[in-house]
Write a new protein. Structure first.
Length: 119
């Protein structure tokens, strides 16, 4: 299983970014995918989740209305469109999924991509 994030950058407040997470090594279409983030000195926090089938998405209150998660099952990629970015959105953003193997759930994380919101 491999999750590879990309798209992080330095952006001014109010700007936009689109993060990507390319997945491989598992049946991507069968699993929900999530994004988390970790700001300096803080614990990792959940940002958004998208179901495998219906594509139903859920968001943390802190990002609701500004961030949209989507997925392209043909490309095995999940996206995070971030608009109206704020300095408090500065963090390393991680892609995550949990896969059941040999009767046990296993957590998989990407390496992260840095998003910095600053003027």
């Amino acid at each position: 299983v491999q999750l590879v994030e990309s798209g992080g950058d330095l952006v001014q407040p109010g700007g936009s970014l689109r993060l990507s997470c390319a997945a491989s090594g598992f049946a991507f279409t069968s699993y929900p995918m999530s994004w988390y983030r970790q700001a300096p000195g803080k614990e990792r926090e959940w940002v958004a989740r998208i179901d495998s089938g219906s594509g139903t998405a859920n968001y943390a209150d802190s990002v609701k209305g500004r961030i949209t998660v989507s997925r392209d099952n043909r490309k095995a990629t999940v996206y995070l469109q971030m608009d109206s970015l704020k300095p408090e959105d500065t963090a390393v953003y991680y892609c995550y999924t949990q896969i059941w193997r040999f009767g046990e759930p296993r957590d998989y994380w990407g390496q992260g991509t840095q998003v910095t919101v600053s003027s």
